[in-house]
Design a protein around this ligand. Structure first.
Ligand code: NAD
Ligand code: USQ
Length: 383
């Protein structure tokens, strides 16, 4: 199939673009490269030295003979988006191209506005170009498990059947997100659902959990194909961050009690989930929602696992409980469903000692690039 990967220079998008290309799909990447720009503005860098996108794609071609077309530009620029879509004529668009850090969105007014404008308007432009000229193209949109928040009941996949005053209906699952970033995803979901209803578009909203790991078969083929791996207090996410902290002997930064439970998945499962969604499109008019994760862990559990795996490698690692910079429950019920992707064939890579071992060794390999000043969290949610 012809698949356009928006945000294909990023962590999930790069791994996905190569994976789909390797599996025989005709892939193009669209990216504004704004993430590289935000990194330099924030004076942060991925742990891994990532090559310029053109160099990455050239290397991919040299190694595999497969071409990935490249469109550099912003989906907020509608004429650019329209031209790229007309040039490539995709059958599916995978949309990763958003500002994805919760702390970034909570820095100040400018960053909250930037996040919501970039994400919500970009996604709305995409809905319009699909409606205008590609009504049959399947939109595969990356949402987040964080849209649901942490309700005291089981989390369903997108919808919940409710009985109220003797009547019954299946309604969108309530959303209680925890940052202006997570809120932008909720706004996107609403806009996509509305567009499917009024224009008959076909869309899959993938409520993805926290992604961990770095190596996929494709990105591990060559140093020039290496993926980004964020460890800083803005873009670094829980488990990846803990492994890099362990590698440099920094105490693991658990926020508060660490009882916060989250849904997680291996990056090798991210790419497979996208393939499953692309190869099994939603029906015309259908707004389909899958919860894209494989396991649930508390933050304290994750820290403990990293501590144990580190000790097996001879690293002595301490766990710190920092004052929580966020506003979130640290003790709560969390039980989310995730059967839809498994029913369609996902075979999860559960978090294992060997994965932790490989991630720790990967972090050790690049530890000389770590800027220790970027480890502690600097953004606070409270006034
Ligand atoms: P990333 O920051 O590594 O990549 C995002 C890419 O999108 C970047 O290359 C950036 O330049 C590009 N981009 C952003 N705005 C754009 C725009 N307006 N036009 C064109 N390109 C634009 O992020 P990631 O970790 O790969 O996340 C990808 C998607 O998956 C995001 O939507 C994120 O919300 C979602 N997600 C990520 C995780 C995770 O743990 N990383 C978990 C759940 C959901
Ligand atoms: N946390 C710590 N210590 C750290 C980092 C995080 O205790 O050093 C805690 C946070 O307080 C939070 C949890 O770990 O309770 C997860 O935080 P995170 O930074 O790993 O992930 P989050 O901010 O939720 O965002 C990440 C991605 C985002 C994606 C989301 C999926 O950046 O794009 O949408 O994971 S989910 O968490 O399911 O919403």
């Amino acid at each position: 199939m012809k698949v356009l990967v928006i945000g294909g220079d990023g962590y999930c998008g790069w791994a996905t673009a190569l994976y789909l290309s390797n599996r025989g799909h005709d892939v193009a990447i669209l990216d504004s490269l704004v993430r590289r720009h935000w990194d330099s503005q924030l004076k942060i860098e991925t742990l891994t030295p990532i090559a310029p996108i053109q160099r990455r794609l050239q290397r991919w071609y040299e190694l595999t003979g497969k071409r990935i077309e490249l469109f550099i530009g912003d989906i907020n620029d509608y004429p650019f988006l329209s031209e790229a879509m007309h040039q490539f004529e995709p059958e599916a668009v995978v949309h990763f191209g958003e500002q994805r850090s919760a702390p970034f969105s909570m820095i100040d007014r400018e960053h909250a506005v930037l996040t919501q404008a970039n994400n919500v308007i970009g996604n709305l432009n995409l809905l319009y170009i699909l409606k205008e000229d590609f009504p049959d193209c399947h939109l595969v949109k990356l949402g987040t498990m964080g849209e649901y928040g942490t309700p005291n009941i089981d989390i369903e996949e997108g919808y919940i059947t409710i009985e109220h005053n003797g009547r019954k209906d299946t309604l969108p699952y309530p959303k209680q997100p925890g940052s202006f970033y997570h809120l932008s995803k909720v706004h996107d979901s609403h806009n996509i659902q509305f567009a499917c209803k009024i224009w008959g578009l076909r869309a899959t909203d993938l409520n993805q959990g926290i992604v961990y790991g770095v190596l996929t078969e494709e990105t591990g083929m060559d140093e020039l194909l290496v993926n980004r791996l964020d460890y800083d207090g803005i873009y670094g996410t829980a488990l990846n961050r803990f492994c890099i902290q362990a590698a440099i002997g920094h105490p693991l930064t658990v926020y508060g009690k660490g009882g916060q439970t989250r849904a997680l998945l291996d990056i090798r499962d991210t790419v497979r989930c996208i393939e499953i969604a692309v190869e099994n499109p939603a029906d015309a008019g259908e707004f389909r929602v899958f919860n894209q994760f494989t396991e649930m862990f508390s933050v304290a559990d994750l820290a403990l696992k990293v501590q144990q795996a580190s000790s097996a490698l001879g690293l002595k690692v301490e766990i710190d409980h920092l004052e929580n910079p966020r506003v979130e429950l640290e003790d709560h019920y969390f039980n989310a469903k995730n059967t839809k992707l498994i029913d369609l064939g996902l075979q999860p890579h559960n978090l294992s000692d060997s994965l932790l071992d490989s991630l720790l060794n990967f972090a050790i390999k690049y530890k000389g690039r770590v800027d220790k000043d970027q480890i502690l969290p600097k953004v606070r949610w409270r006034r």
